[in-house]
Design a protein around this ligand. Structure first.
Ligand SMILES: *Cc1c(COP(=O)(O)O)cnc(C)c1O
Length: 363
């Protein structure tokens, strides 16, 4: 049996008729950018997250860098972020000329909340929390720290659509929650897409201006903005996925539960689940000291895997200029050397999963 790490086609076929019907409806409408579908999606996604406002954008990276831009964070400012994240989180900071200040993760792959305070300086302007792999971070502590030190709080929810901490949705704890709708995300479109959510009317209004060349009124430009608009086709298709998100998340939780129960191998560490933080299992990430052997072994049995992520941002060539070296963040680097995401996707069959479990247990 050949098993790929992800199967986006399965997610399409689950609701094929609805997607195709909506695509044709949008194509025939004659209106393709920032229209009724985007407005409806923004309202529905704001409601889903429990936020007052949602602004649709062209990508998750845009959501991040434009969040810091409208918060006025730039050159000379520092933003605290976990060291073990996808590089886009860090680019959201550095595109604005601000400096990322890295913090090591805890055993849940989230920012270690106990290590944040030590990194706060008089240049610190914000904390960027990444709810990595779908699991909410320790928000009560982080929110308190940000209040005490008068810091902005931005959440990178590109992997955590629907994940809650103490019953409250990720993306709603701070000033701005940033989402991606890249096809492989839990709420994925059929191309690029993103959004921010916020309870602040001014920030929502600023973002709407910013995403459209800095203009509210056509050809009257208030600021040098960007072109970062969610298109009607993506918004329409995302509305369909959003209408099914409970089922989709439920299915991921079942899949994760079966891995948690079924995988029994002393060489493989299963992901830890934080109390009061429910994961939406964007990835199912195990750890293995003999990772390359495991990858090769699974490969022989036609099971595909992915490393999220092999090179932490502080060691990537793009961030040479920050001056870090191997050893700067040992926990992060150890994770980068040992993590492995095993197949996990909506529409995965029981037979496929049983096969993965059986093969892994024989490693
Ligand atoms: C995917 C992702 C992003 C970027 O989203 P894009 O839509 O691909 O730009 C940012 N942060 C994290 C944690 C991600 O997983």
């Amino acid at each position: 049996m050949k098993i790929m790490p992800n199967r986006l086609d399965r997610g399409f076929f689950m609701y094929q008729e609805e997607f195709e019907h909506k695509a044709i409806e949008v194509l025939r409408s004659g209106w393709y950018v920032l229209g009724r579908e985007v407005e409806a999606f923004e309202r529905e996604f704001a409601d889903y997250t429990g936020s007052k406002y949602c602004v649709g954008l062209a990508s998750g990276l845009d959501a991040l860098w434009m969040a810091f831009r409208i918060l006025g964070i730039g050159a000379g400012d520092e933003v605290i972020v976990q060291a073990n994240t996808y590089i886009a989180s860090v680019m959201g900071i550095t595109i604005n000329g601000a400096t990322p200040v890295f913090v090591e993760p805890d055993e849940y792959f989230n920012i270690d909340a106990d290590k944040i305070a030590d990194k706060i300086t008089d240049r610190t302007k914000a904390v960027l929390v990444v709810h990595l792999y779908g699991q909410a971070s320790r928000m009560e502590k982080i929110v308190r720290l940000c209040k005490e030190h008068d810091l902005r709080l931005v959440e990178d929810c590109a992997q955590s659509h629907g994940a809650c901490y103490q019953g409250k949705m990720t993306g709603t704890f701070g000033d701005i929650g940033c989402f991606s709708f890249y096809p492989s995300k839990n709420l994925g479109g059929f191309g690029d897409g993103g959004a921010i959510v916020t309870d602040d009317a001014k920030l929502a209004a600023d973002m709407k201006i910013y995403r459209n060349y800095g203009s509210e009124k056509r050809y009257y430009n208030k600021v040098v903005g960007a072109n970062s608009r969610l298109d009607e086709l993506q918004a329409g298709l995302l509305r369909i996925r959003l209408a099914h998100i409970q089922e989709l998340t439920g299915e991921r939780r079942e899949l994760a539960g079966r891995y948690q129960e079924g995988i029994r191998n002393s060489k493989i560490l299963l992901p830890c689940v934080r109390e009061q933080a429910d994961s939406v299992w964007h990835q199912y990430v195990v750890r293995c000291e003999e990772r390359q052997k495991l990858i090769d072994y699974l490969d022989v049995h036609e099971i595909g895997t992915i490393i999220h992520y092999p090179i932490p941002p502080h060691l990537s060539e793009a961030y040479n200029y920050l001056g870090y070296k191997k050893g700067s963040f040992p926990v992060t680097e150890h994770y980068a050397d040992t993590v492995l995401s095993i197949p996990m996707y909506n529409g995965m069959t029981k037979e496929e999963q049983d096969y993965v479990i059986e093969i892994i247990n024989r490693f």
